[in-house]
Design a protein around this ligand. Structure first.
Ligand SMILES: Cc1cc2nc3c(=O)[nH]c(=O)nc-3n(C[C@H](O)[C@H](O)[C@H](O)COP(=O)(O)O)c2cc1C
Length: 210
C-alpha cells in the first residue's frame, strides 16, 4: 500500500499545514507500519511547464493522432507524473489556502497530471475517472475561518475545487481537515492548530486501508 504525500507549502518546519498533516501521517504510520510513503514536495520539485510539445502531444492524442518526436519527449516527462500519481493507493495533500484557493505549484501539478487516457477517459457515456477506489486526505490551513456559519464559507474555493478536480479522476472518498483561522491572534492560532491535530489523529486512527 503506497501513500503519495504531496506537499504544497513552501514554509517547511514553520508551516501550520504541515504541522497538522505530519500529525496525521505519523499516526497513520503508527497504525500501518508497512505503509510506503512517497514524498512529493511541489515547491522543491522541478515541475515541467505545461506548454509547447506536451500540449501539442496532448491534442494529437485526443484527436487520435500520433505526436511528433519532439513533442513526445515533453509529453513523456508530463505523463510520468500522471502515471506516478495513478500508481499510488492513497493520497495526502497538504495545502495552505492562497487567494481563496490553492498555491500555484499545486495548480501546476494538477495541470500536469490531469491527462485523458491516464487519469480519466472519454467514453460514449461521457467522462470516466480512472483513479477509482482510492482515498484522499486533504489537510489545509487558512488565515481566516471559512467553516459553515462563519459567513465566509462561499469564499472557500479551495475545498470545492479539490473535490471537483479529483472527483473527475474517480477519487470521491476525500476527507478534509481544515485548520482555521490561523492568522487572527497567537492564542486562536494555537487553539485551532490543536483542534485540527486532534481531528487528524482521529481520522488516521479511523482510516481502514485494504
Ligand atoms: C500568498 C498567500 C495568500 C494567502 N491567501 C489567503 C486567503 O485567500 N485566505 C486566507 O484565509 N488566508 C490566506 N493566506 C494565509 C494562509 O492561508 C495561512 O497563513 C496558512 O496558515 C499558511 O499555511 P502554512 O503555514 O502551511 O504556509 C495566504 C497566505 C499567503 C502566503
Amino acid at each position: 500500500m503506497e501513500l503519495l504525500n504531496i506537499t504544497a507549502s513552501p514554509r517547511g518546519d514553520r508551516s501550520r499545514t504541515l504541522n497538522v498533516s505530519t500529525e496525521f501521517l505519523n499516526t497513520l504510520k503508527g497504525k500501518y507500519p508497512g505503509l510506503i510513503v512517497r514524498d512529493l514536495d511541489l515547491f522543491k520539485e522541478n515541475l515541467p511547464e505545461v506548454l509547447g510539445g506536451s500540449v501539442d502531444a496532448k491534442y494529437a492524442f485526443m484527436s487520435g493522432g500520433v505526436p511528433e518526436e519532439d513533442s513526445m519527449k515533453s509529453w513523456n516527462e508530463i505523463a510520468r507524473y500522471s502515471k506516478e500519481f495513478l500508481a499510488a493507493d492513497i493520497y495526502l495533500i497538504s495545502s495552505p489556502m492562497w487567494n481563496f484557493t490553492i498555491p500555484y505549484k499545486l495548480k501546476q501539478y494538477i495541470d500536469i497530471i490531469m491527462q485523458a487516457g491516464i487519469l480519466f477517459s472519454f467514453t460514449v457515456n461521457g467522462v470516466e475517472g480512472l483513479a477509482k477506489n482510492k482515498k484522499m486526505i486533504c489537510v489545509t490551513s487558512r488565515g481566516n475561518d471559512y467553516s459553515n456559519g462563519s459567513g465566509m464559507n462561499e469564499f472557500d474555493l479551495q475545498e470545492p475545487y479539490l473535490r471537483t478536480v479529483f472527483g473527475f479522476t474517480g477519487i470521491t472518498d476525500i476527507s478534509f481537515i481544515n485548520a482555521q483561522p490561523m492568522d487572527f491572534t497567537p492564542d486562536i492560532t494555537s487553539a485551532s492548530l490543536e483542534k485540527a491535530k486532534a481531528e487528524a489523529r482521529t481520522l488516521a486512527l479511523a482510516l481502514e486501508l485494504a
